[in-house]
Design a protein around this ligand. Structure first.
Ligand code: HEC
Length: 191
């Protein structure tokens, strides 16, 4: 019986989010903070902390190497993080952080959000900065002792930063549509 009264006592605190269905509760600030981990390309959202490749070598060997190989070449359990430079315009493009990713900040966001693959969310911010630094170092993009933090990481120039074109959509504005020549519908354009 005490269990039931415990629930009843707790009820006013966990007010339902949906008055209609009486389920859920309004998110607390701490809930939102835990989930608000997006880092944008320009670096917005990067947390305090820092790391170097020199420090990241140890993090990498303990937390990443098993799947991504001792020098980031990839393995049975994880893709390559290094290499592929100059391969993008060939028939066999090798897309890695080094050859393909336009922003170094994505490496922080992705690693913090999703890596290690088997235990995401278990790295400290310093460990994310330093393992990111190590991956950038393995790609020859930064030096071993370059400090990566909320200021320096967005300033790293990735080799493929200018390799993307802006998506022109939406291209369906009414004005544009009237100007364009009509495109024959395949079903109607036959004999
Ligand atoms: C248990 C295996 C495993 C471990 C440990 C691991 N990863 Fe991964 N990693 C993966 C797999 C699998 C993928 C591909 C995931 C996908 O495509 O959805 C991946 C993808 C990535 C990518 C994206 C690569 C790309 O170009 O798409 C990065 C960056 C990365 N991992 C970094 C790390 C770092 C840094 C660590 C250590 C802190 C780490 N990973 C630890 C398995 C692992």
């Amino acid at each position: 019986m005490w269990k039931l009264s415990g629930l009843l006592l707790a009820a006013p605190v966990l007010w339902p989010q949906s008055p209609k269905y009486q389920i859920g509760r309004a998110p607390l600030d701490t809930d939102l903070k835990e989930r608000d981990i997006s880092v944008l390309a320009g670096g917005r959202g990067l947390p305090p902390g820092s790391g170097t490749a020199a420090a990241g070598k140890d993090v990498y060997s303990r937390r990443c190497q098993k799947c991504h190989g001792n020098s980031g070449q990839g393995g049975e359990e994880g893709p390559a993080l290094v290499g592929g430079k100059g391969s993008l315009a060939t028939p066999k493009p090798v897309k890695t952080v080094g050859s393909y990713w336009p922003h170094a900040t994505t490496l922080f966001d992705y690693t913090r959000r999703a890596m290690p693959f088997n235990r995401p969310g278990t790295l400290s911010n310093d460990e994310v900065y330093s393992s990111s630094a190590y991956v950038l170092f393995l790609n020859g993009i930064i030096g071993e002792n370059d400090v990566m933090d909320a200021k320096t990481l967005p300033a790293v120039k990735m080799p493929n930063r200018d390799g993307f074109i802006k998506d022109a959509r939406p291209d369906t504005s009414a004005r544009g549509a009237t100007k364009r020549a009509p495109v024959p519908h395949p079903a109607k354009s036959g004999p």
